[in-house]
Design a protein around this ligand. Structure first.
Ligand SMILES: [Zn+2]
Length: 526
């Protein structure tokens, strides 16, 4: 037997403990057929075998992002990026070019400008925008997100005129001499225009999600757990699948509201190596720590009047969980506060006591505020914990988890190492577009977290979060998540080895190639 494709002269990081590293591997059809030395692999090279010499590059199992909002990411990608713009002239040029490539009347949304960086040292105004884009409504957000500039077409569509009063908590800026609108809207006034922008059409959603998928595979990701927010988004995924616009494996996490529409979802319930399929339902038990809506047993330290917010009673949650459990569906329970995590575990304990299921892949999303008692119940139940390491870092960097929770609760906020030491499976995700997409940046965050550094992971442990553990979470650990003979040829080729690079530089490693089912879906080789 000859291989279809071989990768030789590489540093293969297999995540298979019986054979942790290798030089080369061979692929036939969609599978890895041999992992070994250059000599062993070269014996499988026939006349029609494609040979790629990796020149020392590293190969890892294709990354799996367990938590990504692809539709939002896609919408974000269609925005005009103005972060590097250094003059109003340059902003106009970007706007003009963008407008040329889209239909008349379609909204142009942009963000990231900062007048302090402009050569003209002034705010852009509606005349600047009208000049560059007279036929498309335009709204461009300042990098702070609370100020925007719009053109006349956008103001017309929003019904805002020189006579319109500023809304409460916002300002419609006017020229003090002429009383005319300048196009600059501040705070709540930005909503006057923002709310008139129509929801994207399905065709636009398909285009932007397709763009997102291209970016995703360019990050070395070969499977995603796509967090879906509506039934319509599932239709978008189906359209992408039928048009062959999904270059990677897609596992859908549907909103709990769709638990009542199982019949219409039946077509997604099937399984298969490569097919798009339903992974489970996401139930939100509470909110977020950033908004102080994560449900805590003790009050927030920096706002003693609140303990957050539960979105269900225990009985309501029990019945939702029981419904999914009985129907053999996956469960993804969003719970950030210790009170919410306790409720989630209680509901799972009840269904498993009632109707045991040893091979479940039930998971808690985030599971931020933990304690010893919750950790021991998580372990006993075999729950998977889904963590986005970049988000975990933001809880300390963007605002202070220590001030908000106090030292002892912050100590067990996303306690990665403690969970690993307990033998609990943790899986990694990006939460893109809230946080950057790159799994290598996520790994770097898990390995270098400066807050409670005793919870730092080793590179191998971090890599497991994005490979074999995440494959387990979708019941696919027998066919992917490590580089082993017989498994799917889902691979990422990296410019460097995350295990030997400086831990603070892991995020700088480049993805040179991504393969899904043995096919190259992304390539950036010199
Ligand atoms: Zn999310």
């Amino acid at each position: 037997m000859f291989a279809d494709l071989v990768l030789v002269d590489g540093n293969v990081i297999t995540m298979d403990s019986s054979k942790p590293t290798a030089q080369a591997l061979a692929i036939k059809k969609d599978r890895i057929v041999k992992v070994g030395t250059n000599n062993q692999i070269n014996s499988l090279v026939g006349n029609s075998t494609k040979v790629i010499n990796l020149q020392g590059k590293s190969v890892v199992p294709g990354f799996i992002d367990s938590h990504i909002h692809v539709a939002d990411f896609g919408k974000f990608l269609t925005w005009l990026d103005l972060t590097a713009v250094t003059s109003i002239k340059e902003l106009q040029a970007k706007l003009r070019e963008h407008a040329q490539n889209i239909p008349k009347n379609r909204w142009i949304i942009g963000n990231g400008w900062d007048q302090a960086c402009f050569a003209e040292k002034r705010y852009p105004d509606l005349h600047d925008l009208n000049e560059a884009s007279p036929d498309n409504p335009v709204i461009l957000y300042h990098q702070c997100g609370r100020v925007c500039v719009v053109n006349s077409k956008a103001l017309d569509l929003a019904g805002v005129t020189n006579k319109t009063f500023s809304p409460l908590g916002g300002t419609l800026e006017k020229d003090p001499k002429t009383g005319e609108l300048t196009g600059i809207l501040r705070e709540n006034a930005t909503d006057l225009v923002w709310k008139t922008i129509p929801e994207p059409s399905n065709q636009e959603l398909i285009e932007s999600a397709s763009l997102a998928c291209k970016k995703i595979v360019a990050s070395g990701i070969t499977s995603i757990h796509w967090i879906v927010s509506s039934a319509n988004e599932i239709k978008v995924i189906q359209s992408l699948a039928s048009q062959n616009k999904l270059p990677l494996r897609v596992h859908i996490i549907a909103p709990a509201t769709l638990l009542n529409q199982l019949d219409s979802l039946n077509s997604l319930l099937g399984s298969g190596d490569n097919s798009t399929r339903l992974l489970g339902f996401k139930i939100f038990v509470d909110g977020s720590l950033a908004a102080r809506t994560a449900a805590l047993t003790q009050p927030y330290l920096d706002q003693q009047s609140t303990t957050g917010q539960l979105l269900y009673s225990q009985e309501e949650l029990d019945s939702l969980v029981a419904k999914a459990h009985k129907a053999h569906l996956g469960l993804v329970i969003h719970a950030m506060g210790d009170k919410a995590i306790n409720m989630a575990l209680t509901a799972i304990e009840k269904v498993l006591m009632d109707k045991p299921k040893t091979n479940h892949r039930y998971r808690i999303e985030h599971a931020s505020v933990l304690n010893k008692e919750l950790i021991s119940r998580i372990k006993k139940l075999g729950m998977i914990i889904s963590i986005q390491p970049k988000c975990a870092l933001s809880e300390f960097l963007v605002w202070s988890a220590v001030e908000r929770l106090g030292n002892s609760r912050a100590r067990l906020l996303y306690p990665l190492k403690t969970l690993v030491n307990e033998g609990i499976r943790i899986i990694g995700g990006s939460d893109c577009p809230m946080e950057p997409l790159s799994p290598l940046l996520g790994m770097q965050a898990a390995v270098t977290r400066p807050f409670f550094p005793e919870e730092q992971l080793t590179v191998d442990e971090a890599l497991r979060m994005y490979t074999i553990n995440a494959a387990y979470a979708s019941c696919d650990d027998a066919i992917k998540g490590s580089i082993e003979e017989g498994k799917l040829a889902d691979l990422a080729v990296l410019s460097g080895d995350p295990r030997t690079s400086a831990s603070s530089k892991i995020g700088e490693i480049k993805v040179a190639m991504t393969l899904v089912s043995g096919k190259v879906v992304y390539q950036n080789l010199p």
